[in-house]
Design a protein around this ligand. Structure first.
Ligand code: PLP
Length: 396
């Protein structure tokens, strides 16, 4: 990548003001050329680019295995399917997440058991998870929400003690790090059993749509690769490369969850940029912290000393005296896009009747009183100051 080269920001205007977007992917000629080469290679579905992307992703996060898929929702579905989650099983997770987290449990016919979050980190509270374990519990689906690592040490210990599978919804967490056993690891190095990533444009690196599973279990890796391609015993790449005629068979009911080679080619370029993207996002986050530190009642995101967020989102909890929608509208009127706090699945129709062990008060408060501020790698210092000044003027 050429340092300092940024993509054109299309003049998205509201009235006559340039809008500071909530997010912006960092894509340039590198990705455009990579996609072009993949197209011209003649191999456009899952092929050599996907295989290379998997190897490079595995190396980056220090995972023995990585399997690319069409998005993180399908990654989560494969993770749960591969460990045979079925009707009657309970999977403990947070309601406070994008709805795909809960949906993938329902795809398997299983029951999501929602527990509350820690209001400081917006991540699942391990003490609440412990309370929710029953004889039907098969797995914990923990989220690294907004890129902030959740308390994996506590969750790994809990999963071991109760013989549960630990799956990480790491959709937002490519490039985030966690300190475990006195060592910093990237999220995706298998501490739990499976970690699932997203490459949607709203995350820190993107392939348009895309997902990745990492694991240290060879048996699970084998299942992911079967399940993502119709349960087909011989992948296309092997059949095409063989001098012998090969007849494939279909050993289980699989899916078509493949990533394309165009996407993987883009993803490989994004991986090269990931350390720089994360460094730039961290700079924006510290700048926000500096500028917003002394507004009464405004709570900044908390990064535990064992966590390094990739700052997929920058979430602030508004003072009780202000109204969330009103603050967001006033910012939008000034050309600044924001989003409200992460949604709660239990407040949406498909999950409204789900039984709950305790109320989900912290999750609801976070949805109703937090807002996400613009953050992206190419955000200028001037824009950060503009957002901070506007927010201060509105909430003070
Ligand atoms: C974005 C997101 C997903 C879904 O990812 P897709 O790649 O869009 O399917 C799942 N879980 C969380 C926490 C997310 O933020």
């Amino acid at each position: 990548m050429v340092a300092g080269r940024t993509p054109r920001v299309r003049g998205r205007t509201r009235g006559r003001r340039l809008v500071i977007p909530i997010a912006l992917p960092l894509l340039d000629e590198d990705e455009a050329n990579a996609a072009r080469e993949a197209v011209l290679s003649g191999w456009v579905s899952q092929g050599p680019q996907v295989a290379a992307f998997e190897r490079e992703f595995a190396a980056l996060v220090d995972a023995p295995f990585a399997c690319a898929v069409s998005n993180c929702t399908t990654a989560l579905h494969l993770a749960l399917t591969a460990i045979n989650i079925a009707p009657g099983d309970e999977v403990i997770t947070a309601s406070h997440s994008f709805i795909a987290t809960a949906n993938c449990i329902r795809y398997c016919g299983a029951t999501p058991v929602f527990v509350d979050i820690d209001p400081e980190t917006y991540n699942i509270d391990p003490a609440r998870v412990a309370e929710a374990i029953t004889p039907r519990t098969r797995a914990i689906l923990a989220i690294h929400q907004m890129g902030m690592p959740c308390d994996l040490s506590a969750l790994v210990a809990l999963a071991k003690r109760h013989d549960l599978v630990l799956i990480e919804d790491a959709a937002c967490a490519a490039g985030s790090e966690i300190r475990i056993d006195e060592q910093w690891d990237r999220i995706g190095k298998p501490h739990g059993d499976v970690a699932c990533f997203s490459f949607h444009p709203r995350k820190v690196i993107t392939t348009g749509e895309g997902g990745m599973l990492t694991t240290s279990h060879a048996a699970l890796e084998g299942k992911f690769k079967l399940l993502r391609q119709h349960g087909m015993s011989v992948p296309d790449t092997v059949r095409h490369g063989s001098a012998q005629v090969i007849f494939e068979n279909y050993v289980l009911v699989g899916y078509n969850y493949r990533m394309t080679d165009m996407q993987a080619a883009v993803g490989r370029k994004q991986l090269l940029k990931l350390p720089d993207i994360v460094a730039r996002r961290r700079a924006v986050a510290s700048h926000y912290a500096e500028l917003l530190g002394n507004i009464e009642g405004l709570r900044l995101p908390f990064e535990p000393d064992w966590a390094r967020s990739n700052w997929q989102s920058y979430c602030v909890r508004l003072p009780d005296r202000v109204d969330q929608r009103d603050v967001m509208q006033k910012l939008l009127d000034q050309g600044i896009a924001t989003r409200r706090g992460i949604m709660c699945s239990h407040r949406e129709k498909p999950y409204a009747d789900e039984k709950r062990l305790h109320d989900l008060r912290q999750s609801e408060l976070a949805q109703d009183h937090a807002i996400l501020l613009p953050i992206y790698a190419q955000m200028t210092e001037e824009s950060v100051v503009r957002v901070a000044d506007s927010l201060r003027a509105i909430v003070q």
